[in-house]
Design a protein around this ligand. Structure first.
Ligand SMILES: Nc1ncnc2c1ncn2[C@@H]1O[C@H](COP(=O)(O)OP(=O)(O)O)[C@@H](O)[C@H]1O
Ligand SMILES: [Mg+2]
Length: 142
């Protein structure tokens, strides 16, 4: 894993670069506490993929699908899901089977329904540095 401590601007720039470098199909998981910056990073990755619609905060539902020049982009926030079986009701199978990009917050909740081929990104708060986040990503994925 590679690791970096990034400011908000740096994290957003990293996300746009990462999104621009992605070759669909791809599943990306984002792990980290509430407020760690998962949605912020999803928004930047989507921008890098060429999504021009506003990528909303997850408060407005579990699954969102966006169009981009590089194909469909899904954003799942599984925080409010209680069981992996509920994924069937939010379009999970279609997203995973598609040739698009699937971005997943709280992937732990998908458990065995998470495809084994995915890029796992982790975000952590940095003690004593409120405006920075520690980002972990698999080096080979960028
Ligand atoms: N370096 C940073 N990287 C990402 N977010 C940051 C950073 N510094 C401050 N923040 C703030 O932290 C919050 C992260 O919220 P959000 O992305 O919704 O987190 P999550 O989806 O993990 O709950 C945002 O308000 C963002 O502006
Ligand atoms: Mg979030």
């Amino acid at each position: 894993m590679a690791v970096a401590e990034l400011s908000l601007d740096e994290l957003q720039a990293w996300g746009r670069r990462f999104g621009a470098s992605l070759t669909p199909p791809a599943v990306i998981t984002l792990t980290g506490d509430l407020g760690a910056g998962k949605t912020t990073l999803v928004q930047a990755i989507a921008a890098g993929l060429g999504v021009t619609d506003e990528v909303t905060s997850p408060t407005y539902g579990i699954a969102h699908r966006y169009a981009s020049a590089r194909g469909p982009v899904w954003h799942f926030d599984l925080y409010r899901l209680r069981r992996p079986e509920e994924l069937a009701q939010v379009g999970w199978d279609d997203a995973i089977a598609s040739d698009g990009v699937v971005l997943v917050e709280w992937p732990e909740i998908a458990a065995r329904l998470m495809p084994s081929r995915h890029v796992a990104i982790r975000l952590e708060q940095v003690e004593g540095a409120e405006a920075r986040r520690r980002l972990h990503w698999p080096e080979a994925s960028v």
